[in-house]
Ligand binder design. Structure first.
Ligand code: PFF
Length: 458
């Protein structure tokens, strides 16, 4: 990678390593259960290719510009999200509220994310015993239902995950874990390729590809667009200040639009691979494509069951998925922990403990959504779906909308251009012009329309 602006003698390699490190850390937050579990499940329940198409559009038109803006704002002030917004706000304007909504979103996400991560950990052990490796849809669904309808297992695995992540955070070894995550990510990528290979050679695989890639635009509705937009926010960890915090660690020489574009592309690639791994197998074995959250847990074991050394691969797959989920959870935990440390003057240990206890408490109703609390519905949803809905479809888009308005109308074009061109060092004027147009007019308008539609304003 050449960097024209590095003078001779300046350690180009140093800069490269560090830029790569930032890329890796950002990717570590973005890639997680969203790619491997949520993307296939939502694509399955929302009509396949047409949903994928809308999701791609949301990612490019809204996701990427918001991500770039967040990273840029964070790098400009070099502080956490709330401080960043407060410092950049004109006197008397309460932009810090975006940070607060981010803390709420992080809690809501953690309440169900830790549960799904718990299922992944459980499947590592079930993979070792071989009990989940079956191509029979009835047995596969029953094995998964056994797990989620047992309150002790549901809560137990969730607590296991919460304690596991809290230990990593308290001992301050997150950086070490991030390094491990990044090293393991290519293995996850390769393993996904292997699963895709197997899945694509199953009889009837083309039906799965058709479902994923041949759009039927009549299936697009207001709710499909809302879901796709929510997924775009969730996937890129944006609209809640996480990327602002990451941006605060970015070097001044880093090319933000380029790094963000790479993160978005790599993230999309992993989601697509997960889709190609899952959907052909769904059709080949006659699973229910709209199975929702259980899709990953019933389909992937079936692919492994029909593969040489499938047993070993299954365990490896769930271990790597658990690692990716842990990377994302570390960045999620960081949001409330950093807030409690900085705004409430707590020690890191006390902040982590408080966060962990709150998630255990608030997460329990979500974990028990298929057992003890299954009949409790709020706005027609169980707690698991409610937390998911409120974070992805309300808090994050609302946060994203405010970030767009802040960047476009308060921060302003001149500073936007200066920051993203690294004060003229990168010649990217045209790209930045387009980005600014998107962030000032297009992205906020789209998010506002989709949200008003959801709130039944029209
Ligand atoms: N982007 C993560 C995933 O797709 O699994 C989830 C996530 C992590 C969302 C961090 C928000 C966040 F702040």
């Amino acid at each position: 990678m050449s960097d024209k602006h590095h003078k001779a003698g300046h350690s180009v390699r140093d800069a490269f390593t560090s830029n790569l490190g930032m890329l890796a850390a950002t990717l570590g937050s973005a890639v997680g259960l969203g790619n491997i579990w949520k993307f296939p499940s939502m694509t399955g329940t929302n009509g396949g290719a047409s949903f994928l198409f809308v999701y791609l559009a949301c990612t490019v038109v809204v996701g990427l510009p918001v991500m770039i803006s967040e990273i840029m704002l964070g790098r400009t002030v070099k502080a956490n999200a709330i401080t960043t917004l407060r410092k950049l706000s004109p006197k008397g304007q309460p932009w810090g509220i975006v940070g607060i909504s981010g803390v709420v979103a992080a809690f809501l996400i953690l309440c169900f994310y830790t549960e799904v991560a718990g299922w992944v950990f459980a499947y590592i052990f079930k993979g070792i015993s071989g009990s989940i490796l079956t191509t029979d849809p009835t047995i596969a669904s029953a094995a998964f239902a056994d797990l989620i309808s047992d309150p002790v297992q549901s809560i137990g695995w969730q607590w296991f995950v919460i304690i596991f992540v809290s230990i990593i955070i308290t001992f301050g070894i997150s950086k070490g874990i991030e390094k491990v995550t990044i090293k393991l990510m290519p293995i996850l990528f390769l393993l996904l390729l292997v699963i895709c290979g197997r899945s694509l050679t199953l009889p009837g695989a083309e039906k799965g590809l058709e479902f994923l890639f041949a759009p039927d635009f009549s299936k697009i509705s207001g709710s499909v667009i809302l879901m796709a937009m929510g997924l775009a926010f969730f996937k890129l960890s944006i609209g809640m200040g996480t990327m602002m915090t990451y941006g605060s660690y970015f070097k001044n020489s880093q090319n933000i639009p380029l790094t963000a574009t790479r993160v978005v592309l790599a993230d999309l690639l992993i989601s697509l691979l997960a889709g190609i791994a899952i959907f052909p197998a769904v059709f080949a074995y006659g699973f229910d494509v709209s199975a929702g959250p259980s899709l990953l847990f019933i389909t992937i074991p079936a692919v492994f069951a029909s593969m040489p050394m499938g047993h070993l691969f299954a365990v490896l797959f769930f271990v790597l998925t658990a690692v990716a989920a842990t990377g994302a959870m570390l960045s999620l935990f960081e949001v409330p922990v950093a807030y409690l440390c900085e705004a409430r003057q707590m020690s890191r240990k006390a902040a982590t403990l408080t966060t962990a206890l709150l998630i255990m408490l608030l997460g329990a109703p979500a974990a028990l959504s298929s057992s003890l609390t299954k009949d409790v519905k709020v706005f027609g949803m169980n707690f698991f779906d409610l937390f998911d809905f409120l974070s992805s479809n309300l808090c994050m888009p609302a946060g994203g909308l405010l970030i767009c308005i802040f960047t476009g109308w308060v921060f302003g074009k001149d500073r936007f251009k200066a920051e993203l061109s690294n004060h003229g060092l990168i010649k990217n004027e045209k790209v930045v012009d387009v980005l600014f147009f998107l962030i000032k007019y297009v992205s906020p308008l789209l998010v506002a329309i989709v949200m008003m539609n959801m709130l039944k304003v029209f």
